[in-house]
Design a protein. Structure first.
Length: 260
């Protein structure tokens, strides 16, 4: 299913949006690698929901606004985005950096949300647990460390990105560094406010995540009232790529259970 593509103007910023499917609205917030392409897992989600996949301000085809300084800015931006598009009872899903944004959004205002799905979100510091340093690794090492099954990594590394894609990759890395360089990949104050999230919450993690280790799953689960977690064996950071079938099955069952 080919998505519909548009440029939306929200909070004095033009952003690129892909959307597809019909049903309840599902807003997917991407990770540090961006979301310039409509991927197979998105196609599967769009069979069950109306899926919205914006590129964050500062990423890919979207503009970089002067007001963008931190992850909290993106949380407020997406509250404006939801209001601007007139979305109601949104199922919010975020991956990695996008999961961090989603959590920050939910602690601020969840009146427009029905559920929250966090896929290996950044945002928390777990004492004694060291995150992978995505800012120090060279790009090929980052790609290899995203996956447990190295066949996926090697397939990505065999593809030569276009000049435009290389520009997007650099832009994405620069914006990610601006948002998450210091402190590394977390907000030291977020854990104090996760108890404010009262909507049904699902946390998904790969058992072999080298970017944000799986110990963070319990930290998120235990801080959000009623949250539950699922750990994917034989998966790294991108569990929705390495085990798409199980990911779609668990995520859709969770969201459909919420709306039932």
């Amino acid at each position: 299913m080919e998505p519909r593509r548009s440029i939306e103007h929200v909070a004095d910023c033009n952003i690129s949006l892909q959307r597809g499917g019909i049903g309840d609205p599902l807003l997917f917030l991407h990770g540090a690698s961006g979301a310039s392409h409509w991927l197979p897992f998105m196609d599967e989600l769009s069979k069950h929901f109306e899926l919205f996949v914006p590129e964050h301000p500062g990423f890919g085809n979207s503009a970089t606004p002067p007001w963008l300084d931190n992850v909290a800015d993106l949380a407020y931006f997406y509250l404006d985005f939801i209001e601007k598009l007139g979305l109601k009872k949104v199922h919010l899903m975020g991956l990695s950096l996008g999961g961090w944004i989603a959590a920050e959004l939910a602690v601020r205002n969840q009146t427009s949300l029905s559920s929250l799905t966090l896929i290996a979100p950044a945002g928390l510091h777990v004492p004694g647990v060291q995150n992978g340093d995505i800012f120090m690794w060279p790009p090929p090492e980052i790609i290899r460390n995203l996956y447990h099954n190295q066949d996926y990594a090697e397939a990505v590394l065999r593809v030569q990105p276009s000049e435009e894609e290389q520009e997007f990759q650099l832009k994405n890395r620069l914006t990610t560094a601006k948002l998450a360089w210091e402190p590394r990949l977390h907000n030291p104050h977020l854990s104090k406010w996760l108890h404010r999230i009262t909507i049904p919450t699902l946390i998904l993690w790969g058992a072999h995540d080298k970017i944000i280790p799986v110990q963070h799953a319990a930290a998120y689960r235990d801080s959000i009232p009623g949250a539950r977690s699922e750990i994917f064996p034989d998966c790294g950071h991108l569990l929705h790529i390495e085990n798409t079938i199980r990911f779609i099955d668990i995520a859709t069952q969770f969201i459909q259970g919420v709306r039932a």
